[in-house]
Ligand binder design. Structure first.
Ligand SMILES: C[S@@+](CC[C@H](N)C(=O)[O-])C[C@H]1O[C@@H](n2cnc3c(N)ncnc32)[C@H](O)[C@@H]1O
Length: 423
Protein backbone atom coordinates (compact mmCIF):
# COMPACT_ATOMS: atom_id res chain seq x y z
CA UNK A 1 0.00 0.00 0.00
CA UNK A 2 2.95 2.36 0.44
CA UNK A 3 3.03 3.52 -3.15
CA UNK A 4 -0.69 3.75 -3.54
CA UNK A 5 -0.77 6.17 -0.59
CA UNK A 6 1.81 8.40 -2.28
CA UNK A 7 -0.16 8.11 -5.54
CA UNK A 8 -3.37 9.14 -3.75
CA UNK A 9 -1.63 12.15 -2.19
CA UNK A 10 -0.33 13.21 -5.62
CA UNK A 11 -3.79 12.80 -7.13
CA UNK A 12 -5.46 14.90 -4.44
CA UNK A 13 -2.76 17.52 -4.95
CA UNK A 14 -3.42 17.56 -8.72
CA UNK A 15 -7.20 17.70 -8.21
CA UNK A 16 -7.02 20.66 -5.85
CA UNK A 17 -4.09 22.60 -7.30
CA UNK A 18 -4.64 22.01 -11.03
CA UNK A 19 -8.45 21.89 -10.78
CA UNK A 20 -8.82 18.48 -12.38
CA UNK A 21 -11.73 16.13 -11.73
CA UNK A 22 -10.71 13.00 -9.80
CA UNK A 23 -12.56 10.91 -12.40
CA UNK A 24 -10.11 12.13 -15.06
CA UNK A 25 -7.13 10.83 -13.06
CA UNK A 26 -8.40 7.35 -12.22
CA UNK A 27 -6.50 5.78 -15.12
CA UNK A 28 -3.31 6.49 -13.12
CA UNK A 29 -4.44 3.96 -10.51
CA UNK A 30 -3.99 0.20 -10.94
CA UNK A 31 -7.30 -1.69 -11.03
CA UNK A 32 -6.41 -3.66 -7.88
CA UNK A 33 -5.88 -0.41 -5.93
CA UNK A 34 -8.94 1.41 -7.25
CA UNK A 35 -11.46 0.46 -4.50
CA UNK A 36 -9.04 1.61 -1.76
CA UNK A 37 -7.98 4.77 -3.62
CA UNK A 38 -11.57 5.67 -4.44
CA UNK A 39 -12.68 5.30 -0.84
CA UNK A 40 -9.66 7.19 0.53
CA UNK A 41 -9.77 10.13 -1.88
CA UNK A 42 -13.55 10.63 -1.84
CA UNK A 43 -13.70 10.36 1.96
CA UNK A 44 -10.83 12.82 2.33
CA UNK A 45 -12.46 15.35 -0.03
CA UNK A 46 -15.78 15.10 1.81
CA UNK A 47 -14.06 15.79 5.15
CA UNK A 48 -11.38 18.13 3.73
CA UNK A 49 -12.43 21.32 5.54
CA UNK A 50 -12.53 19.66 8.97
CA UNK A 51 -9.35 17.64 8.39
CA UNK A 52 -7.37 20.78 7.48
CA UNK A 53 -8.73 22.65 10.47
CA UNK A 54 -7.74 19.74 12.69
CA UNK A 55 -4.25 19.37 11.22
CA UNK A 56 -3.62 23.11 11.64
CA UNK A 57 -4.56 22.79 15.30
CA UNK A 58 -1.75 20.23 15.74
CA UNK A 59 0.94 22.32 14.00
CA UNK A 60 2.99 25.11 15.58
CA UNK A 61 4.04 26.42 12.20
CA UNK A 62 3.09 25.84 8.57
CA UNK A 63 4.57 22.98 6.55
CA UNK A 64 6.74 24.74 3.90
CA UNK A 65 5.06 24.92 0.51
CA UNK A 66 7.85 22.99 -1.22
CA UNK A 67 7.09 20.07 1.12
CA UNK A 68 3.32 20.24 0.80
CA UNK A 69 3.15 16.61 -0.40
CA UNK A 70 3.79 15.77 3.26
CA UNK A 71 0.69 17.72 4.19
CA UNK A 72 -1.40 15.77 1.69
CA UNK A 73 0.06 12.47 2.98
CA UNK A 74 -0.75 13.40 6.59
CA UNK A 75 -4.29 14.51 5.71
CA UNK A 76 -4.94 11.23 3.90
CA UNK A 77 -3.53 9.27 6.83
CA UNK A 78 -5.86 11.20 9.17
CA UNK A 79 -8.73 10.20 6.85
CA UNK A 80 -7.79 6.54 7.26
CA UNK A 81 -7.38 6.82 11.03
CA UNK A 82 -10.69 8.60 11.53
CA UNK A 83 -12.99 7.28 8.81
CA UNK A 84 -11.64 3.99 7.45
CA UNK A 85 -11.01 0.59 8.93
CA UNK A 86 -7.20 0.39 8.35
CA UNK A 87 -5.15 -0.67 11.39
CA UNK A 88 -3.64 2.52 12.91
CA UNK A 89 -0.08 1.13 13.19
CA UNK A 90 -0.08 0.31 9.45
CA UNK A 91 -1.33 3.80 8.48
CA UNK A 92 1.19 5.54 10.75
CA UNK A 93 4.21 3.41 9.77
CA UNK A 94 3.54 3.69 6.05
CA UNK A 95 2.86 7.41 6.19
CA UNK A 96 5.98 8.15 8.21
CA UNK A 97 8.02 6.21 5.62
CA UNK A 98 6.27 7.92 2.72
CA UNK A 99 6.80 11.39 4.18
CA UNK A 100 10.49 10.59 4.71
CA UNK A 101 10.75 9.35 1.11
CA UNK A 102 9.01 12.35 -0.45
CA UNK A 103 10.21 15.17 1.86
CA UNK A 104 12.56 15.02 4.89
CA UNK A 105 13.30 13.47 8.25
CA UNK A 106 11.91 16.38 10.27
CA UNK A 107 8.52 16.16 8.58
CA UNK A 108 8.41 12.38 8.93
CA UNK A 109 8.90 12.80 12.70
CA UNK A 110 6.24 15.49 12.73
CA UNK A 111 3.82 13.21 10.86
CA UNK A 112 4.52 10.45 13.40
CA UNK A 113 3.72 12.77 16.32
CA UNK A 114 0.53 14.17 14.74
CA UNK A 115 -0.83 10.81 13.61
CA UNK A 116 -0.20 9.17 16.98
CA UNK A 117 -2.24 11.91 18.64
CA UNK A 118 -5.02 11.53 16.07
CA UNK A 119 -5.10 7.75 16.56
CA UNK A 120 -5.19 8.12 20.35
CA UNK A 121 -8.10 10.58 20.27
CA UNK A 122 -9.91 9.18 17.22
CA UNK A 123 -13.40 8.85 18.71
CA UNK A 124 -13.38 12.31 20.30
CA UNK A 125 -12.01 13.93 17.11
CA UNK A 126 -14.62 12.19 14.93
CA UNK A 127 -17.38 13.62 17.11
CA UNK A 128 -15.83 17.08 17.07
CA UNK A 129 -15.56 17.08 13.27
CA UNK A 130 -19.13 15.80 12.87
CA UNK A 131 -20.42 18.83 14.79
CA UNK A 132 -18.55 21.38 12.68
CA UNK A 133 -19.10 22.83 9.19
CA UNK A 134 -17.80 20.96 6.14
CA UNK A 135 -18.43 23.84 3.75
CA UNK A 136 -15.46 25.59 2.14
CA UNK A 137 -15.77 29.38 2.33
CA UNK A 138 -15.84 29.95 -1.45
CA UNK A 139 -18.59 27.39 -1.84
CA UNK A 140 -20.73 29.16 0.77
CA UNK A 141 -20.91 32.15 -1.59
CA UNK A 142 -22.50 29.91 -4.26
CA UNK A 143 -25.29 29.10 -1.79
CA UNK A 144 -26.21 32.75 -1.20
CA UNK A 145 -29.82 32.28 -2.42
CA UNK A 146 -30.68 29.78 0.33
CA UNK A 147 -31.75 30.50 3.91
CA UNK A 148 -29.52 29.55 6.85
CA UNK A 149 -31.54 26.42 7.74
CA UNK A 150 -31.25 25.04 4.18
CA UNK A 151 -27.51 25.77 4.06
CA UNK A 152 -27.10 23.91 7.36
CA UNK A 153 -28.95 20.89 5.92
CA UNK A 154 -26.74 20.98 2.81
CA UNK A 155 -23.66 21.23 5.04
CA UNK A 156 -24.83 18.32 7.20
CA UNK A 157 -25.06 15.92 4.25
CA UNK A 158 -21.65 16.69 2.72
CA UNK A 159 -19.98 13.70 4.37
CA UNK A 160 -22.74 11.21 3.45
CA UNK A 161 -21.92 8.50 0.92
CA UNK A 162 -24.56 8.55 -1.84
CA UNK A 163 -26.58 5.46 -2.72
CA UNK A 164 -26.42 3.84 -6.15
CA UNK A 165 -29.42 4.90 -8.27
CA UNK A 166 -30.39 3.19 -11.51
CA UNK A 167 -32.80 4.01 -14.34
CA UNK A 168 -34.43 1.03 -16.04
CA UNK A 169 -35.49 0.60 -19.64
CA UNK A 170 -38.90 -0.77 -18.60
CA UNK A 171 -40.78 -2.46 -15.75
CA UNK A 172 -39.25 -0.67 -12.75
CA UNK A 173 -41.40 -2.66 -10.29
CA UNK A 174 -40.14 -5.99 -11.63
CA UNK A 175 -36.51 -4.82 -11.64
CA UNK A 176 -36.88 -3.45 -8.12
CA UNK A 177 -37.77 -7.00 -7.02
CA UNK A 178 -35.05 -8.67 -9.07
CA UNK A 179 -32.38 -6.35 -7.66
CA UNK A 180 -33.89 -6.08 -4.15
CA UNK A 181 -33.86 -2.33 -4.73
CA UNK A 182 -36.00 0.49 -3.38
CA UNK A 183 -38.42 1.80 -6.01
CA UNK A 184 -38.32 5.61 -5.86
CA UNK A 185 -41.40 7.73 -6.70
CA UNK A 186 -39.92 8.59 -10.12
CA UNK A 187 -39.35 4.93 -11.07
CA UNK A 188 -35.59 5.07 -10.35
CA UNK A 189 -34.21 2.17 -8.34
CA UNK A 190 -32.01 2.69 -5.29
CA UNK A 191 -29.37 0.24 -4.10
CA UNK A 192 -26.71 0.52 -1.44
CA UNK A 193 -23.58 2.49 -2.31
CA UNK A 194 -21.33 -0.57 -2.24
CA UNK A 195 -23.27 -2.56 -4.86
CA UNK A 196 -20.90 -3.91 -7.52
CA UNK A 197 -22.36 -2.51 -10.76
CA UNK A 198 -21.10 -5.00 -13.40
CA UNK A 199 -22.09 -7.92 -11.17
CA UNK A 200 -25.72 -6.83 -10.78
CA UNK A 201 -28.47 -8.70 -12.67
CA UNK A 202 -29.37 -7.01 -15.93
CA UNK A 203 -26.06 -5.15 -16.45
CA UNK A 204 -24.87 -7.24 -19.39
CA UNK A 205 -28.29 -7.33 -21.04
CA UNK A 206 -28.48 -3.53 -20.77
CA UNK A 207 -31.67 -3.52 -18.69
CA UNK A 208 -30.66 -0.38 -16.78
CA UNK A 209 -28.01 2.31 -16.44
CA UNK A 210 -26.53 4.23 -13.51
CA UNK A 211 -28.23 7.61 -13.09
CA UNK A 212 -28.87 9.68 -9.99
CA UNK A 213 -32.60 9.88 -9.17
CA UNK A 214 -32.64 13.66 -9.64
CA UNK A 215 -30.90 13.39 -13.02
CA UNK A 216 -33.78 11.24 -14.26
CA UNK A 217 -36.40 13.94 -13.59
CA UNK A 218 -35.87 16.29 -16.60
CA UNK A 219 -36.96 13.60 -19.07
CA UNK A 220 -40.02 12.81 -16.93
CA UNK A 221 -40.92 16.51 -17.13
CA UNK A 222 -40.85 16.32 -20.95
CA UNK A 223 -43.94 14.09 -20.84
CA UNK A 224 -44.92 11.74 -23.65
CA UNK A 225 -42.28 11.88 -26.38
CA UNK A 226 -43.11 8.62 -28.16
CA UNK A 227 -42.62 9.10 -31.91
CA UNK A 228 -41.66 12.76 -31.44
CA UNK A 229 -38.52 14.42 -32.76
CA UNK A 230 -36.42 15.41 -29.76
CA UNK A 231 -33.01 17.12 -29.75
CA UNK A 232 -30.92 16.32 -26.67
CA UNK A 233 -28.62 19.33 -26.95
CA UNK A 234 -25.88 18.51 -24.41
CA UNK A 235 -26.31 14.80 -24.36
CA UNK A 236 -23.16 12.99 -23.23
CA UNK A 237 -22.63 10.61 -21.50
CA UNK A 238 -26.26 9.90 -22.33
CA UNK A 239 -28.26 9.06 -19.20
CA UNK A 240 -31.11 11.24 -20.41
CA UNK A 241 -30.68 10.16 -24.04
CA UNK A 242 -31.27 6.57 -22.89
CA UNK A 243 -34.43 7.63 -21.05
CA UNK A 244 -35.70 9.40 -24.19
CA UNK A 245 -34.94 6.30 -26.28
CA UNK A 246 -36.76 4.10 -23.76
CA UNK A 247 -39.81 6.36 -24.20
CA UNK A 248 -39.70 5.88 -27.96
CA UNK A 249 -38.51 9.33 -29.05
CA UNK A 250 -36.79 9.97 -32.38
CA UNK A 251 -33.58 11.47 -31.01
CA UNK A 252 -30.78 13.73 -32.20
CA UNK A 253 -28.10 13.62 -29.48
CA UNK A 254 -25.64 16.51 -29.67
CA UNK A 255 -22.49 17.14 -27.66
CA UNK A 256 -19.48 19.36 -28.19
CA UNK A 257 -17.03 16.77 -26.85
CA UNK A 258 -16.02 13.96 -29.22
CA UNK A 259 -14.70 11.83 -26.34
CA UNK A 260 -17.87 12.18 -24.32
CA UNK A 261 -20.01 11.50 -27.38
CA UNK A 262 -18.04 8.28 -27.91
CA UNK A 263 -18.91 7.27 -24.35
CA UNK A 264 -22.55 8.05 -25.14
CA UNK A 265 -22.39 5.81 -28.22
CA UNK A 266 -20.85 2.97 -26.17
CA UNK A 267 -23.53 3.41 -23.51
CA UNK A 268 -26.32 3.32 -26.12
CA UNK A 269 -24.79 0.16 -27.58
CA UNK A 270 -24.71 -1.57 -24.19
CA UNK A 271 -28.34 -0.66 -23.53
CA UNK A 272 -29.43 -1.55 -27.08
CA UNK A 273 -30.40 1.91 -28.33
CA UNK A 274 -28.19 2.02 -31.43
CA UNK A 275 -30.71 4.04 -33.45
CA UNK A 276 -29.94 7.30 -31.61
CA UNK A 277 -28.45 9.76 -34.10
CA UNK A 278 -25.40 11.57 -32.73
CA UNK A 279 -23.86 14.90 -33.73
CA UNK A 280 -20.55 16.22 -32.43
CA UNK A 281 -21.26 19.96 -32.45
CA UNK A 282 -21.61 23.10 -30.43
CA UNK A 283 -25.30 23.22 -29.48
CA UNK A 284 -25.55 26.81 -30.74
CA UNK A 285 -24.15 25.86 -34.16
CA UNK A 286 -26.47 22.87 -34.31
CA UNK A 287 -29.52 24.98 -33.44
CA UNK A 288 -28.58 27.60 -36.04
CA UNK A 289 -27.87 25.15 -38.84
CA UNK A 290 -30.28 22.26 -38.42
CA UNK A 291 -32.98 22.28 -41.11
CA UNK A 292 -35.32 20.43 -38.71
CA UNK A 293 -37.84 21.88 -36.33
CA UNK A 294 -38.11 19.66 -33.27
CA UNK A 295 -41.19 18.77 -31.23
CA UNK A 296 -39.11 19.06 -28.08
CA UNK A 297 -35.68 20.17 -26.92
CA UNK A 298 -33.86 18.95 -23.85
CA UNK A 299 -31.21 21.42 -22.73
CA UNK A 300 -29.38 19.67 -19.89
CA UNK A 301 -26.95 22.52 -19.93
CA UNK A 302 -23.25 22.66 -19.12
CA UNK A 303 -23.07 24.07 -15.60
CA UNK A 304 -20.96 24.45 -12.47
CA UNK A 305 -22.00 20.88 -11.46
CA UNK A 306 -22.15 22.09 -7.86
CA UNK A 307 -25.23 19.92 -7.34
CA UNK A 308 -23.16 16.77 -7.78
CA UNK A 309 -20.90 17.23 -4.75
CA UNK A 310 -22.16 13.99 -3.20
CA UNK A 311 -20.57 11.92 -5.99
CA UNK A 312 -17.85 14.45 -6.91
CA UNK A 313 -16.82 16.13 -3.63
CA UNK A 314 -13.98 17.96 -5.39
CA UNK A 315 -16.57 20.46 -6.73
CA UNK A 316 -16.84 21.75 -3.15
CA UNK A 317 -13.22 22.86 -3.34
CA UNK A 318 -12.89 23.79 -7.01
CA UNK A 319 -16.00 25.74 -7.92
CA UNK A 320 -16.41 29.43 -7.26
CA UNK A 321 -18.89 32.17 -8.08
CA UNK A 322 -16.76 32.96 -11.16
CA UNK A 323 -17.46 29.44 -12.52
CA UNK A 324 -21.17 29.91 -11.87
CA UNK A 325 -21.15 33.22 -13.73
CA UNK A 326 -19.23 31.82 -16.71
CA UNK A 327 -21.57 28.84 -17.03
CA UNK A 328 -24.65 31.02 -16.62
CA UNK A 329 -23.51 33.10 -19.62
CA UNK A 330 -23.04 29.99 -21.78
CA UNK A 331 -26.43 28.61 -20.71
CA UNK A 332 -28.10 31.87 -21.67
CA UNK A 333 -26.40 31.86 -25.10
CA UNK A 334 -27.69 28.34 -25.81
CA UNK A 335 -31.17 29.22 -24.50
CA UNK A 336 -31.26 32.23 -26.81
CA UNK A 337 -30.87 29.97 -29.85
CA UNK A 338 -33.48 27.37 -28.88
CA UNK A 339 -36.58 28.97 -30.43
CA UNK A 340 -35.31 28.70 -34.01
CA UNK A 341 -35.15 24.88 -33.91
CA UNK A 342 -38.35 24.34 -31.93
CA UNK A 343 -41.82 24.06 -33.50
CA UNK A 344 -44.44 26.53 -32.31
CA UNK A 345 -46.18 24.62 -29.50
CA UNK A 346 -42.99 22.61 -28.92
CA UNK A 347 -41.59 21.99 -25.43
CA UNK A 348 -38.21 23.04 -24.06
CA UNK A 349 -37.01 21.42 -20.84
CA UNK A 350 -34.03 23.19 -19.29
CA UNK A 351 -32.04 21.55 -16.50
CA UNK A 352 -28.77 22.03 -14.61
CA UNK A 353 -27.10 19.94 -11.90
CA UNK A 354 -26.23 23.10 -10.03
CA UNK A 355 -27.11 24.43 -6.60
CA UNK A 356 -26.56 28.00 -7.77
CA UNK A 357 -29.77 29.90 -8.38
CA UNK A 358 -27.99 32.06 -10.97
CA UNK A 359 -27.91 28.97 -13.20
CA UNK A 360 -31.47 27.94 -12.33
CA UNK A 361 -34.28 30.04 -10.92
CA UNK A 362 -32.72 33.43 -11.76
CA UNK A 363 -31.58 32.30 -15.20
CA UNK A 364 -35.06 31.21 -16.24
CA UNK A 365 -36.95 34.11 -14.67
CA UNK A 366 -34.80 36.54 -16.68
CA UNK A 367 -35.08 34.42 -19.84
CA UNK A 368 -38.88 34.35 -19.64
CA UNK A 369 -39.08 38.09 -18.95
CA UNK A 370 -37.03 38.78 -22.07
CA UNK A 371 -38.49 36.08 -24.37
CA UNK A 372 -42.22 36.49 -24.71
CA UNK A 373 -42.28 33.72 -27.36
CA UNK A 374 -41.96 31.20 -24.48
CA UNK A 375 -44.34 30.53 -21.61
CA UNK A 376 -43.64 28.58 -18.46
CA UNK A 377 -45.50 25.30 -18.03
CA UNK A 378 -45.51 24.38 -14.33
CA UNK A 379 -44.24 20.85 -13.76
CA UNK A 380 -46.77 18.73 -11.88
CA UNK A 381 -46.13 16.29 -9.05
CA UNK A 382 -47.80 13.54 -11.11
CA UNK A 383 -45.22 13.93 -13.90
CA UNK A 384 -42.20 13.40 -11.67
CA UNK A 385 -43.67 10.87 -9.27
CA UNK A 386 -45.60 8.15 -11.13
CA UNK A 387 -44.67 5.51 -8.51
CA UNK A 388 -45.29 7.27 -5.20
CA UNK A 389 -44.73 10.46 -3.27
CA UNK A 390 -41.43 12.23 -2.58
CA UNK A 391 -40.91 13.00 1.09
CA UNK A 392 -39.68 16.50 0.20
CA UNK A 393 -41.12 19.49 -1.71
CA UNK A 394 -39.44 19.02 -5.09
CA UNK A 395 -41.75 21.46 -6.92
CA UNK A 396 -41.48 25.19 -6.18
CA UNK A 397 -44.39 27.64 -6.08
CA UNK A 398 -43.45 28.73 -9.64
CA UNK A 399 -43.68 25.17 -10.99
CA UNK A 400 -39.93 24.58 -11.24
CA UNK A 401 -38.32 21.44 -9.87
CA UNK A 402 -35.55 22.15 -7.36
CA UNK A 403 -33.99 19.12 -5.73
CA UNK A 404 -31.61 19.44 -2.78
CA UNK A 405 -28.95 16.96 -1.64
CA UNK A 406 -30.78 16.07 1.58
CA UNK A 407 -34.13 15.30 -0.09
CA UNK A 408 -35.57 11.77 0.05
CA UNK A 409 -32.51 10.09 1.56
CA UNK A 410 -30.18 12.05 -0.74
CA UNK A 411 -30.23 13.12 -4.36
CA UNK A 412 -28.17 15.40 -6.58
CA UNK A 413 -29.25 19.01 -6.69
CA UNK A 414 -31.00 19.82 -9.96
CA UNK A 415 -32.98 22.76 -11.25
CA UNK A 416 -35.54 21.83 -13.94
CA UNK A 417 -38.13 23.87 -15.77
CA UNK A 418 -40.50 23.31 -18.68
CA UNK A 419 -41.37 25.96 -21.25
CA UNK A 420 -43.46 26.06 -24.43
CA UNK A 421 -42.75 28.06 -27.55
CA UNK A 422 -45.99 29.96 -28.17
CA UNK A 423 -45.09 32.21 -31.14
C1 LIG B 1 -24.42 18.18 -17.75
S1 LIG B 1 -23.53 17.39 -18.98
C2 LIG B 1 -24.78 16.51 -19.83
C3 LIG B 1 -25.22 15.23 -19.18
C4 LIG B 1 -26.15 14.42 -20.06
N1 LIG B 1 -27.32 15.18 -20.50
C5 LIG B 1 -26.62 13.15 -19.40
O1 LIG B 1 -27.74 13.09 -18.91
O2 LIG B 1 -25.85 12.17 -19.39
C6 LIG B 1 -23.23 18.70 -20.07
C7 LIG B 1 -22.65 18.30 -21.41
O3 LIG B 1 -22.62 19.48 -22.22
C8 LIG B 1 -21.56 19.36 -23.12
N2 LIG B 1 -21.33 20.72 -23.65
C9 LIG B 1 -20.66 21.75 -23.08
N3 LIG B 1 -20.73 22.85 -23.86
C10 LIG B 1 -21.48 22.50 -24.93
C11 LIG B 1 -21.91 23.20 -26.11
N4 LIG B 1 -21.60 24.48 -26.30
N5 LIG B 1 -22.63 22.53 -27.01
C12 LIG B 1 -22.96 21.22 -26.82
N6 LIG B 1 -22.57 20.51 -25.75
C13 LIG B 1 -21.86 21.16 -24.81
C14 LIG B 1 -20.45 18.75 -22.31
O4 LIG B 1 -19.51 18.12 -23.16
C15 LIG B 1 -21.23 17.77 -21.43
O5 LIG B 1 -21.19 16.48 -21.98
Amino acid sequence: MANIRIKCAQIVQTVLEDKVFFGDLKTQIAAKDLPFANMLILTALRHWVGLNRLLNSFLNKKIPNKHRTARYLILLAMTELLFMQTAPYAVINETVKNVRQTTDLFLSRLSNAVLRQVAAQAEELRQKLAGESHLPEDFTAILSGYDAATIKQIDDCITNIPALDLSVKENPRIWAQKLSAELLPSGSLRLSANANVPLLKGYHEGAWWVQDAAAALPVLALGNVAGKKVADLCAAPGGKTAQLAAKGADIAAIDISADRLKTLQQNMQRIGFEKVQTFCADAIDFLQKTPEQFDALLLDAPCSATGTFRRHPEVLHLKTIADVQAQAMLQRQILDHCASALKIGGILVYSVCSLAQAEGEQQIKTFLEQNKNFRLIPISAAEISPFGTWNAPLITSEGFVRTLPFYHGGMDSFFICKMQRII
